[in-house]
Design a protein around this ligand. Structure first.
Ligand code: ATR
Length: 271
């Protein structure tokens, strides 16, 4: 029987997840139905329960529902707990499980696809919202010498850094107090790119790798800014998107998809 999967978000029409999951499934001759579900926050819980009650096997959860998915799950894995957010929901027996593959997806892109060795490096995350929370702990798992969380509202950066203090050498900064910060990799995890803005920061990015977790068909404003300020390279979040989808696919099907075709030829998959 063809199994039912979907991505749920608001809006969701732009999502690449159906194309990615269908391509992964084709690699393994798995037949699946993968649809888009657009639902407003007030209807999230009932829409999810309806999906699973009518034979749904797994859901990817995107903005703005990741925190609600975390709360709805009966059990959450460590990755979701560290992020306070879930992007993958599925049943195991009677138990609705919530997991978060975003941070792992970023790490797999940085380490696997971009071949970066981040041990002993200096990583700067810009932003301290949900997206930053999802990637901070997995990045600390790479043993950087220092992880700096920089945010416009410094209190949020302080709170997040305190939360993670047991996991590594992590510090909080305001965006305008980054002048003395060493930086090998800078990751834009703010929502600024989505509204055509860039975070204003005084960070020396010369020679650094810049990464914007947003996926875009053209370089983002943040990537342009980094290039103009001497970054060694700048990347958008396409690889992270592909790899987080692959992680979810693995959770559901217990087989690893090959992400190389999507990484090498994004035009064939990205809309
Ligand atoms: P998300 O879940 O997408 O991370 P969020 O929790 O609302 O969304 O957090 C948005 C993040 O983007 C925050 O770190 C926010 O900074 P503040 O905490 O100071 O609001 C950051 N952000 C959004 N627009 C920004 C801008 N124009 N410049 C700098 N930071 C911005």
């Amino acid at each position: 029987m063809t199994e039912k999967f979907a991505v749920i978000g608001h809006p969701v029409a732009h999502s690449q997840s159906p194309a990615l999951h269908q391509a992964f499934a084709a690699q393994h001759s798995i037949e699946l139905d993968y649809s888009l579900i657009d639902c407003a926050p007030a209807q999230f819980d009932s829409t999810v329960m309806q999906f699973f009650a009518t034979g749904g096997r797994g859901l990817n959860v995107t903005l703005p529902h990741k925190a609600a998915a975390f709360l709805l799950a009966h059990q959450v894995g460590m990755r979701a707990r560290l992020a306070n957010a879930a992007n993958t929901l599925y049943y195991s027996g009677e138990v609705l499980l919530g997991d978060n593959t975003d941070g792992t997806g970023l790490v797999r892109d940085l380490v696997g696809n971009l071949q970066l060795d981040l041990r002993d490096s200096h990583i700067v995350i810009i932003g301290a919202g949900g997206a930053a929370r999802g990637i901070a702990a997995p990045l600390l798992g790479l043993w950087p010498a220092r992880l700096t969380i920089a945010n416009r509202t410094v209190e949020r950066a302080v709170a997040l850094a305190e939360n993670l203090s047991g996991l590594g050498n992590v510090h909080a900064r305001a965006l305008d107090h980054l002048q003395d910060e060493r930086c090998d990799v800078v990751i834009n995890a703010t929502a600024a790119s989505l509204s055509g803005q860039i975070p204003v920061l005084n960070l020396d990015v010369s020679g650094a790798i810049a990464y914007d977790i947003v996926y875009a068909t053209r370089p983002t404003l943040f990537m342009d800014w980094a290039d103009q300020h001497g970054a060694a390279a700048s990347h958008d979040g396409w690889g992270m998107l592909v790899e987080q989808a692959a992680e979810s696919f693995y959770l559901w099907h217990q087989v690893w998809p090959d992400t190389r075709p999507m990484i090498d030829d994004r035009k064939a998959y990205a809309r």
